[in-house]
Design a protein around this ligand. Structure first.
Ligand code: GFP
Ligand code: GFP
Length: 832
């Protein structure tokens, strides 16, 4: 049942090679033309940056042509579209991807060669578009890729951050954050659309008026109005038939001066509240739980939701005038986490206050328009805003939220008469010392569908997070397992493997990933095993060169390349990995003949700037790495590498070279994971817990082709109910005790004893909230099993091949097909 079945109505298109009629000579000419007339330089003077811009501009000509055709077709057909609201889109680089999707990569490569330029060098010039933190933002990017590929009408809506996620430097082992400036020298893909500017009101007060028929009319007199300027990034589907749009809003000040506020004596207030308009889209928040700037973060959310809704309504009205009855047939809005939840009361405000619909009609429309995706069960990520903050910034919205809540609680009263505990639990308003608005509850109440992102996660959402909502509205809560685009995460990033696969099973797999299963029949074939592992070896050599270049560390490419790449967070347990590395180190010091295959542990991770322990873990990894890498007693067996500034383009270099994929979160904490899918797709074998999508990966690849360890969700729950005491394990496991105590010494930080103690403390006196110690022994055993499996070359090759072969289910095309069928109800629109 877990096997992906391609659905006829939304089956991805196979690539149309008609663009191949765009010849090498055409591309050459276009590049040179842009070098001359867009950049004002020439072939002799141009550096790689200029070549990148000219090449991108040449591609953009094709992109924009398809964009125009797509928009015209969607408009003519008055298509229903999905609007993906997300505070994050982690796009990475676009040039290589766009070339692949136009099937022009090889042609462009050849064209540039004739101009004496290496495409690979040109691609390196492109700064990543890093408008996101991690999995959630990258998922949004994979989804809009699939939507375009499957010819589905879709728009991504987000924020045009001036600074994306910070650039990470490592100084003396510690993370330093530097501003990211992705568009400092101009971005060749984005198009400014001043014709579609929107205005967004903020602050001020609400006036209550009484209409002729006694109708209460609310008028919001804002204290401030900012301008939202849209920037469009074209999203090219694979095969380049449909080109959709990612529309990102940039804030600017408007020339607005509020006479009403001034006249009613509110001028001083208005001034105090006068946030600088430009700061709204200045930076991406890299923290789940920022104290400072909370207000600004709420304003960011409202800002992009308000702009996007106005944009959607403008487009709707162009086709349907003031007839609102078809709105929810034409428009579906997907809320990516609770960040855009404020869109729900905003749409109500527009419908009730501006369109003057009665409440029930408005709510009928609203609650058929929104759907919500939950990405985590971690409490700190379920947003809550102080009532007084919303009151101040969005005075009308707080009234609407109260009204939504009032009507909702009437429903709760009907279902559970007299049950005030239930009401308190389900209410949108949390009656704590400070009254809070629960955006999670608002999202569930205001949406017609709510989904988690992997089977287990959705089950936990139903059973633990929102069980009463499930009782109230059976069927509203559902699952859509995440996916990744195989275009970026195999075809483009791993050309050697893609070519090998193509030779074996043909070239249709990028838009029909379950086809990879055909590779299974060659899993035992010696020749294929050799070819497959030769590709891996070459990719490892390329990564080794990159490691050398970035860090100066030399690594043995015959060693196991063991990779853990993801946001730094305690629940993801990079520190469990580190404890195990330290244990191996000790084993080697105690017994120089300790039998293990050489292994290179490679990390990539950014820590939220305010998350001290996460930064301490990065510091510890680097300090342990320094020591081990420079210890001649062990450095032929272990190396530890922390690659700075982990981002999409770095992931593209690391993933093809991985032998081992570390997916070791505490069971129940990682909603899905998507890096797990990317690594397995590229032939890495997972060592992981039964958490998130690891469970579904294990189902697909089979128990023999994955190393599962640690407690299950139920065992974790049981242990914490019973009472978990990390000291029990500390005193009982000598090796673990020695490793933890080592952190207190100055062995890794000469002259600075205690510099790594915070780590130890978190896992002992701090209670070890993510149960690293409880899972350590099982993890260590799984690592031993992995080590011996690696040394059995045919066995390992088979495992690696089967990991690639069995990833069909995890294409984001399947995720999108699930959304379409179960939630969005869209039909593809062919663009000719
Ligand atoms: C145009 C088209 C729409 C299309 C959008 C987004 O609208 O049909 O869905 O672009 O691609 F008319 P504007 O935003 O340009 O008005
Ligand atoms: C979050 C969750 C992940 C999940 C993604 C996408 O990403 O488990 O795969 O969203 O749904 F935690 P991160 O913020 O952890 O990267």
């Amino acid at each position: 049942s877990s096997k992906a079945t391609p659905r006829k109505s939304v089956k991805a298109q196979t690539i149309n090679t008609s663009e191949a009629s765009y010849s090498k000579a055409d591309i050459k000419q276009a590049i040179v033309r842009h070098l001359h007339s867009t950049l004002g330089t020439d072939e002799n003077k141009a550096d790689n940056h200029a070549w990148w811009k000219a090449t991108s501009a040449a591609m953009q000509e094709l992109v924009l042509e398809r964009l125009r055709t797509t928009q015209k077709t969607h408009y003519m057909n008055d298509t229903r579209a999905v609007h993906y609201f997300s505070a994050e889109f982690l796009m990475g680089r676009l040039l290589s991807n766009n070339m692949h999707n136009f099937n022009l990569f090889e042609t462009a490569d050849a064209a540039l060669k004739e101009l004496g330029v290496e495409l690979a060098d040109v691609l390196e010039e492109e700064p990543d578009m890093a408008l996101g933190n991690g999995g959630l933002g990258r998922l949004a990017a994979c989804f809009i890729d699939s939507l375009a590929t499957m010819e589905l009408p879709a728009i991504g809506y987000g924020i045009h951050y001036e600074h994306g996620l910070f650039r990470q430097e490592i100084k003396n082992g510690a993370q330093i954050e530097r501003p990211d400036s992705w568009r400092d020298y101009g971005n060749p893909w984005e198009i400014c659309r001043p014709e579609s500017i929107q205005e967004v009101p903020l602050f001020g007060y609400v006036e209550t008026k009484y209409g002729e028929n006694g109708r209460v009319q609310k008028e919001w007199h804002p204290g401030n109005i900012v301008k939202g300027v849209p920037w469009d990034i074209p999203i090219v589907g694979y095969g380049a038939k449909t080109v959709n749009v990612l529309r990102l809003w940039q804030s600017e000040s408007s020339d607005y001066f509020n006479w009403d506020v001034f006249n009613s004596g509110g001028y001083v207030d208005a001034q105090r509240e006068n946030i600088q308009a430009e700061t709204i889209s200045k930076v991406l928040y890299p923290n789940d739980e920022t104290e400072a700037g909370k207000e600004l973060r709420l304003i960011q959310q409202y800002f992009f939701c308000a702009c996007s809704l106005k944009d959607i309504i403008r487009r709707y009205k162009r086709a349907h005038g003031d007839d609102w009855s078809r709105f929810s047939e034409q428009v579906v809005i997907q809320l990516n986490d609770t960040h855009p939840a404020i869109a729900i009361p905003e749409l109500m405000r527009i419908l009730v206050d501006r369109a003057e619909l009665d409440w029930d009609t408005a709510w009928g429309i609203c609650s058929k328009t929104f759907a919500y995706t939950n990405h985590t069960l971690l409490p700190e990520a379920l947003e809550r805003w102080p009532v007084r903050m919303i009151e101040k910034i969005l005075p009308r919205h707080i009234e609407i939220i109260y009204e939504i809540n009032h009507r909702f609680l009437t429903l709760v009263e009907k279902k559970w008469p007299g049950d005030n505990v239930m009401k308190a639990k389900l209410s949108i308003i949390e009656e704590s010392t400070e009254k809070m608005v629960r955006m999670g509850n608002l999202s569930v109440i205001g949406s017609f569908a709510v989904n988690g992102v992997a089977e287990i996660h959705s089950k936990l959402v139903k059973e633990n997070l929102f069980p009463e909502f499930e009782e109230l509205w059976p069927g509203k809560l559902t699952n859509v397992t995440n996916g990744i685009t195989p275009r970026r995460w195999l075809k483009a990033c791993n050309p050697l493997l893609s070519e090998l696969i193509g030779k074996k099973i043909g070239d249709d797999w990028p838009s029909d990933l379950p086809r990879l299963d055909k590779l299974s029949e060659f899993a035992d074939n010696k020749t294929f095993q050799n070819q497959f592992m030769k590709v891996k070896q070459k990719n490892k050599e390329a990564l080794a060169a990159e490691i050398k270049h970035q860090t100066g560390i030399s690594v043995d490419t015959k060693a196991i390349f063991d990779i853990q790449i993801k946001r730094l967070h305690e629940y993801k347990r990079q520190h469990l990995n580190l404890l195990h590395i330290m244990a191996l180190y000790r084993r080697l010091l105690e017994n120089p003949d300790y039998d293990m295959h050489p292994r290179v542990f490679i990390f990539g991770a950014k820590a939220a700037p305010g998350y001290t322990l996460a930064k301490d873990i990065i510091f510890a990894i680097n300090k342990v790495a320094d020591k081990i890498n420079n210890d001649p007693r062990v450095n032929h067996k272990i190396k530890v590498v922390f690659l700075p500034n982990y981002r999409v383009s770095l992931a593209e270099k690391m993933i093809p070279a991985a032998d081992v994929s570390q997916q070791i979160s505490t069971a129940g904490k990682e909603a899905s994971g998507t890096g797990n899918m990317k690594l397995a797709l590229n032939g890495a074998v997972t060592i992981g817990t039964l958490d998130g999508a690891n469970i579904e990966i294990a189902e697909e690849v089979g128990d023999d082709n994955i190393f599962i360890f640690g407690m299950t969700v139920d065992e974790v729950t049981k242990l914490s109910t019973k009472g978990y005491n990390p000291y029990d394990i500390y005193y009982q496991n000598k090796e673990l005790k020695a490793v933890l105590d080592w952190l207190d010494s100055d062995y890794f930080t000469p002259g600075q004893p205690g510099a790594l103690s915070s780590l130890k403390n978190s896992m002992l006196s701090g209670g070890d909230p993510y149960m690293c110690l409880a899972d350590f022994e099982s993890y260590s055993e799984a690592n031993k099993a992995l080590d011996s499996a690696y040394r059995d070359k045919p066995r390992w090759a088979k495992m690696a091949i089967l990991n690639t072969a069995k990833m069909g289910k995890f294409t984001s095309d399947r995720s999108i097909a699930d959304y379409v069928e179960r939630i969005w109800k869209l039909t593809p629109c062919e663009v000719n």
